[in-house]
Design a protein around this ligand. Sequence first.
Ligand code: ZN
Length: 158
Amino acid sequence: MSIVALRCRTHNRGERRRPFHLLQISLDRDGKRVRRDLTEANDEVVKGAWEYTSRPFDAGLYCHHCLNEGQRSPLPIDEVDIRDLGLADPPLVFQSPRSFDSTTLIASLREKFGDRVRDVRELSAQPAVYADGAVLDRLHPGLRRAMVERLLPKDGNL
Ligand SMILES: [Zn+2]
């Protein structure tokens, strides 16, 4: 995926060139606002992990440096181009085990599936179990980097 079409005219060209860093805002299928960082490696866009955000921006792509300077309008990139650049994937937000709340999950299942819930059993609480951090170190460096940057929650636990 080429990043040429995504470059900010103010910050990614000319003498004031700064590192390519965009913020992508989208809505998940429940209408919750999500964001992810878009950076660059070897002239390709690197998509960060989606996460929920309360920043009141419209869906679109924003230059990180413009935001820091108070410019809050999205880059003028057509929605078709966003799709063609592979950035229209549906947001998938991973949740850390620590923030998981079974009560909220059950309430949402009851809301979505209502009378189709036939059996509910309550099990005693179990502490979260994480893999040994050395497991990641045994992976191929590229796979490890993708896991850390794109899949795992911010605490990095596997
Ligand atoms: Zn900019």
